[in-house]
Design a protein around this ligand. Structure first.
Ligand SMILES: Nc1ncnc2c1ncn2[C@@H]1O[C@H](COP(=O)(O)OP(=O)(O)O)[C@@H](O)[C@H]1O
Ligand SMILES: CC(C)(COP(=O)(O)O)[C@@H](O)C(=O)NCCC(=O)O
Length: 318
């Protein structure tokens, strides 16, 4: 669990209680319609949690979006240039596999789009930018899925550059957890959104050195205007990973096109040891070596307890 609260820390800490008092002063309380729509997302985040933690967070992000637009307008005026488009505001969400990034991203997308100034909120996940299995096999990286080298970073950087440059209709590739591979003909079309949420385990990776000149290149997070790291004790995340694996065994794995179809009939004990093995050999190693070290690059760190409820928040001081 992240724990820095001294005066020289770049972060200002908030207990769950302190943060949730902000909900009272946050506009746009949840209406019955919002509650029904959020429940319809099928995510397990309960509505009290949405109200106490994620609704104030949506307001904080809205403040950043407004300030970002004002700064862009003043800069254009100073540069005597005419603003030709509104640059999308990019929110990055990082954290371990199975820490709850996608669930939080979906809820945030819904909450942000309730603000009239940012009704068009797009969302993508970085798994679409993993190399296809065929390429990973050729590179000997099938056991390193999710590690920085398993992503087509250039494609991801180019996607973000186009979105930020105001290009209309930019396609992001899509990953299937059923086929365990990138889908060759499926894309998410992003068309000049007000906000783009990009979620993935490696989005806060520092820039890499170029092999020839040893010069650092641009980082994915250079395109972020606000970044969030979802943190939790890794023993809890392992449990969430195994629970999700057992759930998938009953659903996605039973499909004919599932990569894991052979796992659908496993008994509980075998399924649990297999999930533990994948967790320990791939995802935990990646978390310790590559993901956790990026935590202090985030603007906001959300620390979850064993029940997924956020217990503490650390917000970067301005
Ligand atoms: N607030 C929550 N309460 C209960 N379960 C949750 C919560 N958030 C996520 N989960 C569960 O934890 C697991 C991991 O969440 P998910 O959003 O898929 O993680 P990630 O996108 O980080 O891999 C899933 O089984 C999900 O249903
Ligand atoms: C697809 C993932 C790399 C997550 O990617 P992300 O969307 O966070 O970029 C991960 O869910 C994964 O499949 N890891 C490989 C080991 C495993 O099967 O869990």
């Amino acid at each position: 669990m992240f724990n820095r609260s001294s005066v020289d820390s770049p972060y200002r800490p908030f207990s769950r209680e302190q943060w949730s008092t902000l909900a009272k002063a946050t506009p746009l309380p949840l209406t019955n319609e919002d509650v029904a729509r959020l429940a319809g997302l099928g995510d397990p985040i309960d509505l009290a949690e949405v109200d106490a933690i994620y609704r104030p967070l949506s307001k904080l992000i809205e403040l950043h979006v407004t300030a970002h637009r004002e700064l862009a307008a003043s800069r254009m005026k100073f540069l005597q240039a005419s603003p030709d488009f509104q640059v999308p505001f990019v929110v990055g969400i990082a954290g371990s596999v199975a820490v709850g990034k996608s669930s939080i991203a979906r809820v945030l997308r819904d909450l942000l789009s309730r603000f009239p100034s940012m009704s068009n909120v797009a969302m993508i996940t970085t798994d679409g930018f993993l190399y296809p299995n065929k390429v990973l096999e050729e590179k000997g990286l099938m056991g390193r899925k999710g590690f920085p080298e398993s992503y087509d970073r250039q494609a991801l950087l180019s996607f973000l550059a186009k979105v930020k440059a105001g290009s209309g209709k930019v396609n992001a590739p899509v990953y299937s957890h059923v086929t365990y591979d990138v889908m060759p003909d499926e894309f998410i079309e992003v068309d000049r959104p007000d906000v783009l949420i990009i979620e993935g385990i490696n989005v806060l990776q520092p820039p890499r050195l170029t092999p020839d000149a040893h010069q650092p290149t641009i980082a994915v997070s250079d395109y972020f205007d606000f970044s969030i790291f979802i943190d939790a004790n890794h023993a809890d995340v392992e449990r969430w990973y195994i629970d999700r694996f057992l759930e998938l065994r009953k659903t996605a794995f039973t499909r004919e096109d599932s990569y894991f179809k052979a796992y659908a009939d496993l008994d509980d004990q075998t399924a649990i040891s297999l999930a533990k093995q994948i967790w320990t050999e791939i995802n935990l190693v990646n978390f310790v070596q590559n993901i956790r070290p990026t935590r202090t690059r985030a603007d906001l760190i959300l620390s979850k307890g064993p029940d997924h409820r956020v217990q503490e928040l650390h917000l970067r001081k301005l």
